[in-house]
Design a protein around this ligand. Structure first.
Ligand code: R5P
Length: 310
């Protein structure tokens, strides 16, 4: 597609460019010694992007802070807007700040809305993310009233991997660690051919962040293999505790993990490995190099979506 160019800084961007057969222009993410960011798009001339369909892809680095990721995204998009990109499609595969989609306690910001508004303010025409954490309300378009916004599934990529690489995948019972994740568990179960998808009940103390989980449905997991599916693994506590409960209290045989966004705060992988999962699979919405975990790319589902909308 010659009228399209893809701007990006990492593997995911070049994978999407390849999927679209489009020119790839790199971003040099410069950081000044005091921490200020100065991302530079390595264009040869303004006309490389002026009046073109520009796809700008932002993948959070493995050890990069969320705030760095968010700010360099906005700075880069503002340059593309100033250079008068025609259609400006922002690919923000990990929708940072989406979890704070409400004022849970008095005095808190509704960060999800603020971040979404900045995308509109810097001239984005289309916003694409992957399995965002905004399922609680009416979906992603609520946050982007003036532009087009798409929330595409990362579960399909995970499920295809499981279906094609895990022996007897259809025998796994699929669990979400909480009720909100049930649609993801069902999507996984449908694709891998599992007959059962269920969710644990999770309670989180809003002050301490501590969680507790229990089985609410009458599902017999004794001696069975389980696959826990979630959108995010940050500290790893939600998924590891669910596995521990299913194994130790309920007699499950083995518990594997599949999740879309490897946020991986320090210690998360270690916590998961303590549960001896037969496999851990995640995607490249965020860069990750964790040993012994499978990483599947969402480049294909994203480039398919872009072909559909352009
Ligand atoms: C929560 O609602 C999410 O779906 C994840 O379960 C949560 O973000 C995981 O966080 P952590 O890994 O820190 O327990």
């Amino acid at each position: 597609m010659s009228d399209i160019c893809v701007i990006g800084d990492t593997g995911l961007g070049s994978g999407i460019a390849a999927g679209l057969s489009a020119k790839f222009i790199k971003i040099d993410n410069r950081v000044f010694p005091d921490g200020e960011l100065a991302p530079r798009i390595l264009v040869e001339k303004v006309e490389d992007v002026k009046n073109k369909n520009v796809i700008a892809v932002f993948q959070k680095g493995e050890s990069e802070s969320i705030n760095n990721y968010v700010l360099r995204t906005f700075l880069t998009l503002s340059t593309l807007n100033r250079y008068e990109a025609g259609r400006l499609v922002a690919v923000f595969p990990y929708f940072a700040y989406a979890r704070q989609d409400n004022e849970f306690r008095l005095g808190e910001p509704v960060s999800c809305g603020i971040v979404a508004k900045i995308f509109e303010d810097v001239g984005v025409t289309d916003f694409i993310t992957v399995t965002s954490h905004v399922h609680r309300i009416t979906g992603i378009t609520k946050w982007f009233p003036n532009i087009k916004a798409y929330d595409i599934s990362g579960i399909t990529s995970l499920a295809e991997f499981v279906k094609n690489n895990v022996k007897a995948a259809e025998d796994f019972i699929v669990f979400a660690p909480d009720g909100e994740g049930l649609p993801w568990a069902k999507e996984m179960a449908d694709i891998i051919g599992s007959k059962q998808a269920s969710a644990l009940e999770k309670e989180r103390d809003v002050n301490t962040g501590e969680i507790s989980q229990k089985l609410v449905e009458d599902v017999d997991v004794r001696g069975k293999n389980i696959l826990i599916v979630d959108d995010i693994v940050s500290t790893g506590k939600t998924i590891a505790r669910a596995a521990n409960m299913l194994r130790k209290q309920k007699g499950a045989k083995k518990v594997a993990f599949a999740y879309v966004h490897p946020v991986h705060s320090p210690g998360a992988l270690e916590l998961m490995r303590k549960e001896f999962p037969p496999f851990i699979v995640t995607t490249d919405t965020i860069e990750t190099s964790g040993k012994g975990i499978e990483v599947v790319s969402v480049a294909k589902v994203i480039s398919t979506k872009i072909k559909e909308i352009l």
